[in-house]
Design a protein around this ligand. Sequence first.
Ligand code: ATP
Length: 310
Amino acid sequence: MIHVESLTKYYNDLCAVDQISFDIKTGEILGLLGPNGAGKTTTLRMLTGFIHPTSGNISVKDFNIDEHPLEIKKLMGYLPESAPLYHDMLVYDYLSFVLSIRGIGVEKKTPRIHKLADLCGINEIMHKPVGELSKGYRQRVGLAHAMMSDPEILILDEPTSGLDPNQIVEIREIIRRIGKEKTVILSTHILSEAEATCDRIIIINHGRIVADGSAETLKQSASGEYLINILLKNAEFKSVKDELLSIDGIKSVTPIENEEYLQVKLLCKSPSDLRGNIYRKIKQTDWILVGFYRETRTLENIFRELTREV
Ligand code: ATP
């Protein structure tokens, strides 16, 4: 549905987005994940046609953004990081006003507002002034605004930013509900958010894509590296290190501070699980094995590895 090719944006000399390319399928919920300043907002603003790329190409459903910017805008709803809302208006009046300026007639307006209110969970605040709403409800009204024209694609910039944990869960549920019918692209720097909400995650850092896949595939395919911790008695570090480094695939053996046992952390780079080889090696010695576990790779480890400053 969306095809992005070599998209690049310079702000004067600063390269905010650097030749990124990706495709998004209909119905996908895609998370654009990256640390502050990675280029997420810039990418979303280019996708929605708010700013022009320095170079590269965006097409949506065979419309090219240079030739058909309005057609593309019509397909999209956009929730910017801080949604601009009219604070003095009642929620109902605000939504009704937005529909009017989009040329929606009276007879279609009311059912549309009710549908949006159900979808975004704002029925009970329809007659409150926007300025009196909690941040969570304001964000829901922002979502209703973005969904106003029933767009096929919804673009959300940090939709849960500044919300409390309950509000975060509620907004995520609404996004998942919307994602059953729409293509959704959201940006976040919160890993758990991307993992909980998105079918697919693109990690960007310094304007470049550093990983692309489902949370599960990212975890599995990260680098083929994993860590094993071993706790031993009756052993001294030098011989443990020499013996274990002789196993093919063990790249390093690092001592870990432990008052009771000799603890070592092994960096393994192997497509297979080396625990069997390690266990057999230990059995040939007179070391006493008191602990042995493989560290689980979390999306958080992977995110840190991919986005850490070198
Ligand atoms: P955050 O999570 O902090 O919102 P982000 O990933 O959305 O960050 P962007 O806002 O796209 O990142 O910014 C990418 C880079 O471009 C940053 O270095 C930022 O300072 C810079 N930048 C963004 N907008 C502008 C602008 N209008 N003029 C100049 N530089 C900009």
